[in-house]
Design a protein around this ligand. Sequence first.
Ligand SMILES: *Cc1c(COP(=O)(O)O)cnc(C)c1O
Length: 458
Amino acid sequence: MSGGMDQALGSPWGDETAVVDALLEWARRRVVRSSDPKTTARPASELRDAAGKTVTPSGIGAREAMRVFEEVLLPATRSMDDPLNLAYIAAAPSRTSMAFDCVVGAANVFGGLWETGAGAIHAENEAIGWLVELLGWPSTAGGTFVSGGTVGNLSALATARENARHRLGGRPEGGWRLACTAEAHSSIKSAVRLLDADVVEVPDERGRLTGDALRTVLAAERDAGRTVFAVVATAGTTNGGLIDDLDGIAAVCREFGAWMHVDGAYGGAGLAAPSVRDRYRGIEHADSFIVDPHKWLFSTYDCCALIYREPRLARAAHTQHAGYLDEIDREQWNPADLAVQLTRRTRGLPFWFGLATHGTAKYTEAVETTLATARRVADHIRESGHLRLLQEPTLSVLLFERIGWTEEQYSAWSRRNAVEGVILCVPTKFEGRSVLRLAFVNPMTRADKVIPILDTLV
Ligand SMILES: *Cc1c(COP(=O)(O)O)cnc(C)c1O
């Protein structure tokens, strides 16, 4: 290690070399070690007592702050990358992307503008380019990385609305209306509220939005003199992993001049897997798309790729203007022009570095591995007398029930296994009743570890 820092002289922080060395060494050990599945949230009052007062006029020192982090704070967070964390949608970043995330932090690039972040943005765009190829979109498509699917969906729908405002010459009679099913993610309803729009709910067919149902609803809207500016289709619903009838939806969107947004926050990763690729047919016609590499594309939090077929339409919605921003070259690729953000971390870089290092074929393989694991576990459930598979898996989410069990029994079983660090598998609702759900995104999850645990549901 070098002795002393370049900047120690005159720095208000003094010589921070020893602290930097200690923290980087900690990060190195953390990246290669598995996280502990028994870690869990604690009440704030307990944390306050255990951590003591950490922010004080004179500071508690790096050693003590790090002790509190390691012994008190980190154990009160959930292990998201444990191979048996199969609740909600977990995470499975590669060690490469975790380590590169530390590098990105160290590089401290301002990623909002080309002028300040060109090299990093170029690399992010390479990663987006791979997704554009998977979508089957023209190479003129593009986008940026935002914090998560929630901001991605909001940014895409704000662009859709701005585009409609421009086309219609203002707000349409009856206001801004957006069509989706009840299965659309909660972030869609949040975006609709923020955009002062209304949801036109389309009845789903066994959880899926279909072109036929959409046509009926859009025709009724038109007959009533109202305009639906956007349709949200889901490629991989969070609860059941279902993919909407994208081809049918695309045809109806064309017919009615509505913007087609595809929310693939979780399921978009399946585009890389030949075994399921045909289920996405029609996605090549969509106008905007999101996928979270922090979910099923092996990157770190937080990372959502937001992609537009015609990025210039996003600029109309998102470019910020101010005296001090007017010097910015708007011909360049400025991520700030494409989403609800100005200052941004180049959070797509850990994803890019993983892709650059391992190659896209490895990503295909890793997604296929998780799909195969989900199918093996599904086979076991189908063959178990005491369990019932509730739908054939489209992607890597399984919904199933223990025949005869009540909500209380599911909760007790789920909680016991969570506390003991055995498996994280939490109940959900399916057709109004309590059932169990497993979501596979981690290529390290092994079916032969999951199956014996399911056998304890007797
Ligand atoms: C997770 C998810 C979101 C929200 O993404 P965040 O990254 O949590 O903001 C949106 N849509 C779907 C389908 C999701 O699974």
